[in-house]
Design a protein around this ligand. Structure first.
Ligand SMILES: Nc1ncnc2c1ncn2[C@@H]1O[C@H](COP(=O)(O)OP(=O)(O)OP(=O)(O)O)[C@@H](O)[C@H]1O
Ligand SMILES: [Mg+2]
Length: 467
């Protein structure tokens, strides 16, 4: 066998590729060190191996044919068997060997087994990420998003094209302050995993809550090259929790307020009758006038007390199947004659096919009166519109009352159902209206939902289920 020596020694022994010199019958006439080690070829012994015997058994006949003949072979990949019987994937090409011996060919190959395994791992990984229900985002080291999965698109309402290249700040709800984010950054930049709950904002401005895990992506050299953020959408859970907290809080305040009202009610009745006694006996003009004032203030307190006590007392009315449109009309007829209503247009869109619903009309009418009066107050003597719709929904009825009034600031939305929360002047409102309304609607297992844009108006949805 003729070793291919140059005057610098066997250069090909230094190469990491598998190099085989083949004759026109497919026999290996020489090989470099990598090839010999891989396939266990004994060099310089005169033993000749046919290259076809190195192919894995599962490789088709045609493959053996082309490597075994004089063919030139373009880059392709086939399976071979190592000397230790382990199959490996080799990417190779076969070229004619330049030089006087025209019939010789050189096989240049590379073991790509590990690379293929990595590709497969990557494919599996990206499939999992692509199909998981968890919203996932990947950013580069500067925090710009380089990947988001379909679940992330769904949760955020943005399309992938709108997110790639952007900072995740795009989704910030503004709920967490600078110090909060600084804390997150210093944590992850130190290469540690951050876990927490955050509030985000969708493209349409609504909020979504997620439990977020941010892990730094570290390259083999230990440098942070990006971050992986995996969210768990907990919006529904948070909303339920908030509702629960709200109704529990209202309930406990209710019990407390009713207790106080009861205690205050008795002395108040006493004061009231004493004032009446004095009014009957006193002649003095000054005293009479002051007693009149005292009596009107007592009436105001009495009304508040009555509201509070009413709220906590189980209803003595009986629920009966009722046409809710009729109740809405009754409420509207009461509200319509107020002083501040003259420049307001009422837009009524009631579903004529509404099925009857079991409620206590006297109580529900109060709810609508209060919400309508609030709407009128919010428009505040200006020209405006109040829109009322009723709709049959799955399992119940939705009544929608929207106004073009001043709206409610986001931070106040949760407070409006609390007793005594009012933005109205003394004597204008006690802040009990919505609290009482909410209690009534809850007693029918319904709910009141609010949406509002400051400066544009508010929408109250009274949702009553069929029971
Ligand atoms: N449609 C609305 N537009 C703007 N703000 C509203 C609207 N409805 C309610 N609010 C706000 O919620 C507060 C509480 O309303 P609620 O009906 O409980 O009490 P109130 O109207 O102030 O007093 P009252 O006990 O006389 O009803 C109001 O003072 C107002 O600030
Ligand atoms: Mg009110």
């Amino acid at each position: 066998m003729m070793p291919f020596l140059s005057k610098h020694g066997r250069v090909m022994d230094l190469l990491p590729q598998i190099i085989l010199i083949l004759d026109d019958r497919g026999r290996i006439v020489d090989s470099n060190r990598t090839a010999s080690e891989t396939f266990g070829l004994r060099r310089g012994t005169g033993a000749v191996t046919d290259v076809r015997t190195l192919l894995a058994a599962e490789e088709p006949q045609e493959v053996a044919q082309i490597i075994g003949t004089t063919a030139v072979v373009d880059m392709q990949e086939h399976r071979f068997v190592r000397s230790d019987r382990v199959a490996i994937d080799v990417r190779f090409e076969i070229k004619p060997l330049p030089g006087p011996k025209e019939h010789l060919r050189v096989f240049i190959g590379q073991d790509v087994t590990q690379e293929k395994q990595r590709d497969l791992d990557l494919l599996r990984f990206s499939n999992v990420i692509q199909h998981t229900i968890n919203p996932i985002q990947i950013t580069d080291a500067s925090g710009k998003m380089v990947y988001v999965n379909p679940a992330f698109e769904r949760a955020s309402g943005y399309r992938r094209e709108e997110l790639i290249g952007q900072n995740p700040r795009l989704l910030s709800s503004g709920r967490h302050d600078r110090a909060f984010w600084a804390g997150v950054w210093s944590h992850i930049l130190a290469g540690k995993v951050w876990v927490g709950k955050i509030e985000n904002k969708r493209k349409d401005g609504t909020e979504f809550f997620s439990e977020l895990v941010i892990s730094p992506i570290v390259n083999p050299a230990g440098t942070v090259v990006g971050f992986l953020g995996a969210h768990r959408d907990i919006t529904e859970q948070i909303i339920l929790e908030q509702q629960l907290v709200r109704s529990q809080r209202l309930e406990s305040i209710g019990t407390l307020a009713a207790g106080i009202a009861h205690e205050v009610g008795n002395p108040l009745t006493a004061i009231s009758s004493l004032v009446q006694v004095l009014q009957r006996t006193v002649q003095d003009k000054f005293a009479t006038e002051k007693l009149g004032l005292i009596s009107s203030q007592i009436n105001r307190i009495t009304k508040i007390i009555r509201d509070l006590v009413d709220f906590s007392r189980p209803s003595t009315h009986v629920a009966k199947p009722t046409d809710l449109n009729q109740v809405i009309n009754d409420a509207l007829n009461i509200v319509r004659y107020g002083k501040k209503v003259k420049d307001i247009t009422f837009d009524l869109d009631l579903d004529a096919k509404l099925p009857p619903i079991r409620i206590v009309p006297d109580q529900i009418v109060q709810v609508f009166i209060n919400i309508l009066m609030n709407a009128v107050d919010a428009i505040d003597g200006q020209a405006g519109k109040i829109n009322i719709t009723s709709r049959s929904i799955d399992g119940g009825i939705d009544v929608n009352i929207s106004d073009t009034g001043k709206g409610i600031p986001p931070g106040e939305l949760e407070k409006i159902f609390e007793p005594f929360y009012t933005t109205k002047g003394v004597g204008q409102g006690t802040g009990l209206g919505l609290w009482v309304s909410y209690g009534i609607v809850k007693s029918f297992e319904g709910d009141i939902l609010v949406e509002s844009v400051r400066g544009q108006g508010s929408r109250f949805i009274v949702r009553l289920p069929h029971r």
